[in-house]
Every structure is written in structure tokens, then in C-alpha cells.
Design a binder for this molecule. Structure first.
Ligand code: FCB
Length: 440
């Protein structure tokens, strides 16, 4: 697969721990709320990643990935000025990756925001795009000589809708929809400014984002069903923001889809043509987190109808349907709509993993899941869809947001008490797959 990026992904808040040496984060505050996080868990230690950095770098090298997606923690780097402790941690991380021949792919924002800025309104503030741009500039100046691939924002729908509308993510608000849409728009503007900053300060910069792709797949191979699946993938079937086109269309030069205006009308903030241009800075690929899909068929007059999965069809421990064909149709549809190469910035599953009597973790479901998804990506590639890389979610078992430590998504099992690591069977399966591909 040539230059294909064989990767694994993580995010700062979910793995780092070491709460003592960084500023307070939105999720620290949120975790203090009674009932906010499963079983009252918090991320004070998370996966003990800061404490075990060298060991983790060696594990990444043993896995044989060519790229590692991690995120900078804005609170660790400092809300407005650099915190030397944070800078030195990320220098050790990035230098450690480079020394092992692993390319860093850095996310600027994976939901952990400094409380200092949340108090001033976070992404509700008209100043938030400028705050984000100056944070991006600090990252670019410090690390732009060693990192060229950046992802600006991760799944903004989850942060914005989960945090400001549903109250199930930090900061835990339940705001009117007009406020939620304003924060969404500010987030997209923040992305646009950050891209400009990265382009200005990073030579040979490669920039994308990591929104979710909620793909639809066709119930049959008929052209009508495929067309219905394409249209459903980019539609807004409800007023929920966990839809792809709300984010992807403005990012990739199409502006907000018409359905945004018909559905939300005057609840949307004023959007000027200059803002539309700002948001749609040229990007190098369409990055998406791709977990699962809905199945649709063409109903009356071609309108898409959801076809329920059969009784007993496979589901992950999170109860998400297992839909590998999303990795064939999703990239195809993205390439068709936006004309750019595609990169899978996250894909994975939570499973019920434990250490067996023989001391190993036999996650046969993850081994199978991984292989099925890679095969579907290869099917799309074989038909000419340019796919740049695949990042499995995730490297280490970690703090799964409001679900605390209930869900294990890692290739590496973590004992959350001691931090001890045990690579799972899937770690070795992925390692062998990568080894075989990279030696071709
Ligand atoms: C994605 C998030 C990631 C993790 C996985 C399971 O939505 O980006 O942090 O929570 O889901």
C-alpha cells in the first residue's frame, strides 16, 4: 500500500493522567458533578501515560505503526501562554516517536479545554476562534519543525452537542439550540483560523480534521439503493448534529447544506460569505472517524428508508452495530462528494476484555473486527478510492468520557490501578498485518 499510514490513535485527556502538572480542564470540573461519569470515575490517572511515556513509546515501536495520532492537551500546554511542563512532555513524546521512526499526527483539540477559557464562554464566545488560533500558533511554533501532519478538531458534534445541548459531556450545559449552533459555527471558524496559522508556520504542512462520518450503506447493490445511501449519508434526517454534512460540507467548500437552513432557519447565527471562505480553507484529505453505519434502501420516490439490522446481528460491547461495509461505502461517498483522498482517523470497538488464566488477553472479536474493516478499505482502494491511512481506536484502554473506565477499546490492556500494560491478541494481529504490508 505504499505510503499508507498504518496507525493507532489516542487522545490526551483519555490517557495522560498526571493531573497535578497541568491546568484545570473542563472534564475535571465535569467529573466532580455527582452522576456525571459512570460510577464516579475520573481521569486523575487515566491510563498513566505521562508516567509511562517511555514504555508506551516502546510499545508503539513494537506494534510497528508508521504513524501515531495523539492530541495536545490545551490545558497542559497552557490556556494562553506556554506551560514549560507541558511543552517538555510533548517534546519527549514527539522526539521519542521520531527516534523510533513513527510519524506524529497531532490533533489540536480532542475535547479537553482549559477551564480558564470555559469560564469566559468557551466556544460560545465570539473570541473563541482567536483563542484557538493563538493556541494553534503556539503549537506550530514549538512543534512545526517536527510535526507536519495536523488534525484541527475531533468530532465537534460530540463536544458541542454532547456538552452544550445534552449535558452528557463537559461542560454539561443544556442550552437552547440557537446557542448550540452558534458554538458550532465558532468551532468551524476556529478550525479555519487554525488551518491558516498552520499553513503559515509549518513547512510542508498537511492538515485535515476528524469529524465523525455517520455513513449509510445500501441494503442491496442496486443503483437506487446505493444512491439512497449516498444521499442519506449527507442528509440531516433530524435536528441532531451527529450528522456528517453539517460539518463536512462547510469544511470542504460547499458551505452549510441547504437542509441546515430549512431545518434551523433563524436559529442559525448570521453567516457571512467571508466566514464561509474562512471555514473552507483547503485541506489535504478528508479525515473522518468512522465507526458504524445505518442501512438504507430506496423507498417510495427514491427517499431513503432505514432498514433495521437483523435480529441477532453483531454488536460491540457499546451496543454499536458492526458494519465493516461502511469502510467501503464511506470512503467512496466521501471521495465522490469532496474529490480528496480519505483518511480514517478512528475506527475500533469496545469489547469485554480481561486477562485470562494464561496471562494474555484473547480479544478474538477485535482481531476479526480489525481485519474485516481493513478488507473493506482495501476493496474501496482497489476500485480507485485514494485512502491515505487507517488509525485504529485505540492504543491503550482508557477513560471513555462519561462512561469512565467501563469500556475497553485498546489494543493494549491497562490495569487502571497500577497502570500495568498487557498487549492483547489484537495488538499482535495488527502488528503482523502491518509488518506484512510494510514489507511488500
Ligand atoms: C470517538 C471519540 C474518541 C472515543 C471513541 C470511542 O467519538 O473521538 O475519543 O471516545 O469515540
Amino acid at each position: 500500500m505504499g505510503e499508507f499510514l498504518w496507525g493507532v490513535a489516542s487522545s490526551s485527556y483519555q490517557i495522560e493522567g498526571d493531573r497535578a502538572s497541568r491546568a484545570e480542564a473542563n472534564w475535571d470540573k465535569f467529573a466532580e458533578r455527582k452522576g456525571a461519569i459512570f460510577a464516579g470515575h475520573d481521569a486523575l490517572f487515566a491510563s498513566h501515560h505521562v508516567a509511562r511515556l517511555e514504555e508506551d513509546l516502546d510499545l508503539l515501536a513494537a506494534l510497528g505503526v508508521s504513524a501515531y495520532r495523539f492530541s495536545f492537551s490545551w490545558p497542559r500546554l497552557g490556556a494562553r501562554v506556554d506551560d514549560p511542563r507541558g511543552v517538555s512532555f510533548y517534546e519527549r513524546l514527539v522526539d521519542g516517536l521520531l527516534a523510533r521512526g513513527i510519524e506524529p499526527v497531532a490533533t489540536l483539540f480532542h475535547w479537553d479545554a482549559p477551564v480558564e477559557l470555559e469560564r469566559l464562554g468557551g466556544f460560545l464566545s465570539p473570541e473563541s476562534p482567536a483563542w484557538f488560533a493563538s493556541y494553534a500558533e503556539r503549537v506550530a511554533r514549538r512543534f512545526g519543525d517536527r510535526i507536519r501532519r495536523f488534525l484541527t478538531i475531533n468530532e465537534p458534534h460530540a463536544y458541542i452537542e454532547g456538552g452544550l445541548r445534552d449535558g452528557r459531556h463537559a461542560p454539561g450545559h443544556r442550552l437552547p439550540l440557537s446557542q448550540v449552533l452558534l458554538a458550532a459555527h465558532n468551532t468551524l471558524k476556529a478550525h479555519g483560523l487554525a488551518v491558516q496559522v498552520l499553513r503559515a508556520h509549518v513547512s510542508q504542512s498537511w492538515v485535515s480534521a476528524a469529524p465523525v462520518l455517520l455513513a449509510a450503506t445500501p441494503a442491496s447493490p442496486s443503483p437506487e439503493d446505493v444512491e439512497a445511501a449516498y444521499r442519506f449519508t449527507f442528509s440531516l434526517p433530524t435536528d441532531r448534529l451527529r450528522v456528517s454534512a453539517f460539518w463536512l460540507d462547510p469544511l470542504y467548500g460547499r458551505g452549510y447544506p441547504d437542509e441546515v437552513w430549512t431545518r434551523f432557519g433563524s436559529l442559525m447565527p448570521k453567516v457571512s460569505p467571508e466566514e464561509v471562505d474562512l471555514i473552507s480553507q483547503p485541506l489535504d484529505a478528508v479525515g473522518v472517524n468512522l465507526y458504524d453505519a445505518v442501512r438504507v434502501r430506496a423507498g417510495a420516490e427514491g427517499a431513503a428508508e432505514i432498514v433495521p439490522f437483523g435480529v441477532g446481528s453483531p454488536r460491540t460491547s457499546f451496543d454499536w452495530p458492526v458494519t465493516p461495509e461502511a469502510h467501503y461505502f464511506g470512503p467512496k461517498f466521501l471521495h465522490q462528494r469532496y474529490g480528496l483522498p480519505v483518511i480514517i482517523t478512528e475506527n475500533g470497538l469496545s469489547a469485554s476484555d480481561w486477562i485470562a488464566l494464561d496471562g494474555r488477553v484473547h480479544d478474538a472479536d477485535r482481531v476479526d473486527f480489525l481485519e474485516r474493516h481493513l478488507q473493506e478499505l482495501e476493496r474501496a482502494q482497489a476500485e480507485g478510492v485514494p485512502i491515505l491511512g487507517y488509525f485504529h481506536w485505540t492504543f491503550l484502554d482508557n477513560f471513555e468520557w462519561n462512561h469512565g473506565y467501563k469500556h475497553r477499546f485498546g489494543l493494549v490492556y491497562v490495569d487502571f490501578g497500577t497502570g500495568a500494560r498487557t498487549p492483547k491478541d489484537s495488538f499482535f494481529a495488527y502488528r503482523d498485518r502491518i509488518r506484512a504490508e510494510r514489507s511488500k
